[in-house]
Design a protein. Sequence first.
Length: 492
Amino acid sequence: MQRLFQTFVPALCLLAHGAPGQSNDALFHRATAALEAAIPRAQADPAHPIFHVAAPAQWMNDPNGPIFYKGFYHLFYQLHPFSDASGPKYWGHVRSRDLVKWEHLPIALCPSVESGEAEVWSGCCTVNGRGQPMIFYTSIAQGRSAMDHSEQWAATSDDDLIRWHKCPSNPVLSEALHGDRKIYDWRDPFIFHAGGKTFLVAGGNLNKAKGGQAVVNIYQAQNAELTQWTYRGALFQHPDSEARTVECPNFFQLGRQWVLLVSPYGRVQYFIGDFDEATCRFHARARGLLDYGPGFYAPNTMQVPDGRRLVWGWVNGFPGGHGWNGCLSLPRQLSLSREGRLRQEPAPQLSRLRGQPSKWRNLSLSEHGEVLTLPKTNTLEVLVRIDLRSGGKIALEFASAGNDAPPLEMSFDGSDLGVMGTKIALSSVGSRQKLSLRVFIDRSVMEVFANDSACFTRTIKPLAANVTLSMRAEHGTARAQLVEAWPMQTIW
């Protein structure tokens, strides 16, 4: 990866950001050089994930602007290229033809220091009414508080989505749109379309003095170039009084329903309901958590050409001092259940990363348990399907010998799934409770998908390459209909 990045990026750096002599060219060169210098250490770290999208080195956080364009899936992300700790943000960039193998591209955006810009925060990518690719993001000015003052800026691209140029009309959305209303923490624009119109949502709160009144704000485009906008008010006010603000709102349609994702300084929530296009108001009927773990935040979504909706989140919680910090979750495919709840499953393309499987069928589980030896690696996908008799309970544990990594413990009692001390309510089926688990272990990252309805993400201390799966019935009886495990290959 290091050689690929080092040969590809410098050749395109100037193309990406303008001709030599522009005042921020030097900043791009310094950022690229800092990133390159950190690559050997970051890639040599045995905790660095290999099948999750990550920056080649240094700090990264929110996924930004996922889009499918002319045969490529493009993903951008928040990047601090000068350190593996958080700092002023740039936009990193990767792309893939198939959601399986990815390549690093040059830094897409950096602060326009000559215009007084200090950071380029999260946003989205779309194609405007003139057929031109366009990024919208939150611009943070030098010496200004992000809570009290921010603007929404835009950049346009040539057809390859590598060269980006800030719009001369920036800011394309300013606080003047709100009239007498003051919106704090105004950020993270997301574009959607309805009824032949283009809308943008952004997070914020209306009451700084009382700790926040969290709202999602909505704007309507007034021209095809998407440089003129009208404020349509608050699309949605968060119903929880403790929600001080909302970050990274995503608003999109699944079937006939509308879904809103918000990140309220805590676990990511979803709301499902109806959108009134005339009034620009969203009326929620159901809600839930997108992820129950402590390591998933600030997701961003895209619609692929066949109509499916994919989402990525920022995986956080890694220790510092390793030359890298942060990665993105696996791409998840979203749908709605018959009961109107949000369903999530790993994108089907991920199966192409699997190596030769190990497989077990019809294991009767008792209090003495079964211990299965998994493929000899700590980059794994494991599928477990269990039938549990009423009143029973099972315990599962992923562990390894030869290092001090704590085991990854899970349990299921027919209604609740326990993962590393977190309880997740799952629906039961008749008198026999069924559990379908897909567990992804990528060195220092674990993602769990349960019954396609609940997800759990967190960072872990890497297991050794001799992982075992222990399963036992603590009460009642159970049968593991299928256990299948695959070594996972790198995405690079």
